[in-house]
Write a protein that binds this ligand. Structure first.
Ligand code: IPE
Ligand code: IPE
Ligand code: MG
Length: 251
């Protein structure tokens, strides 16, 4: 593995990286193994990505671990994913503490197995004062579900006269999303060659840079992550302005 650290500009790191961790099933299939074998081997790539972000100084990492649509998968696969979540949380608490990482979640946790809810609450509590990296796991997360939830909550507030319709703006919507405590995504990565968003952070990626790689998730490592950051740093983020305006700001 190449060490790409010296090619990264520490002053222009993406503040928030989000990853759609895809390709576990295909990775397993390539080795004539059942899909769950891919999920088990995906855990190592999760650890490597977290450690790489902590090492380079990224502040926010958000990982898509289970979508609202993933409940439609075979029962055994869903069960394995949930038990992997519980065992990894137990095992990785030490890594989180050692690297000063704070755990956070987005998504509707109420439908997760009780065991997973308890384990998550425990790790969140134990890491709540950590300050280096905020690691957010998207669990039973779907962007459309999130937006429906926001609309319901805002409507309730309007009905209860806590809010007027005129008060509703982008900031209020932001504050009611699961991601209320997170900054906008700067860089979104998807592995496995698929070029779609699959209901992940639709509002939050409005101005994110998108990076797609053919690497299957269990093979993803520090080098792949740093490659994505290097690619990101070569781009000009214009936010609707002209290139000339951006150059002036950077002068
Ligand atoms: C990503 O890998 C893991 C989850 C969605 C939980 P997949 O399981 O989607 O792998 P492929 O896309 O079938 O290869
Ligand atoms: C997206 O991957 C969800 C996660 C990575 C958790 P999927 O594999 O479920 O996405 P689609 O179905 O191929 O779009
Ligand atoms: Mg997939």
């Amino acid at each position: 593995m190449k060490d790409l650290t010296n090619q990264i500009n520490k002053n222009t790191l993406p503040n928030h990286i989000a990853i759609i961790m895809d390709g576990n099933g295909r990775w397993a299939k390539q080795q004539n193994q059942p899909r769950v074998f891919g999920h088990k081997n995906g855990v190592g790539a999760v650890r490597k990505s977290i450690e790489a972000c902590a090492k380079i100084g990224v502040n926010y990492l958000t990982l898509y671990a289970f979508s609202t649509e993933n409940w439609n998968r075979p029962k055994l696969e869903v069960k394995t994913l949930m038990s992997l979540l519980v065992s990894s949380l137990k095992k990785e608490l030490k890594t989180l503490q050692k690297n000063n990482i704070k755990l956070n979640t987005i998504g509707n946790l109420e439908n997760l197995p009780k065991k997973a809810q308890i384990e998550l609450a425990d790790v969140i509590e134990k890491t709540k004062n950590n300050t280096a990296l905020t690691l957010t796991l998207a669990l039973n997360y779907g962007s459309r579900e999130e937006i429906v939830n926001v609309i319901k909550n805002l409507s309730k507030k309007v009905v209860n006269k806590e809010l007027t319709i005129e008060d509703i703006d982008e900031k209020i919507i932001n504050n009611h999303l699961y991601t209320f405590s997170l900054p906008d995504v700067d860089l979104m990565i998807r592995t496995s060659g698929e070029k779609r968003i699959s209901n992940f952070l639709l509002w939050q990626i409005a101005y994110a840079e998108l990076y797609f790689t053919d690497t299957l998730w269990p093979d993803f490592n520090e080098e792949n992550l740093f490659q994505a950051i290097i690619d990101y740093q070569k781009r000009e983020r214009r936010f609707g302005k002209t290139s000339e305006q951006i150059e002036k700001i950077n002068d």
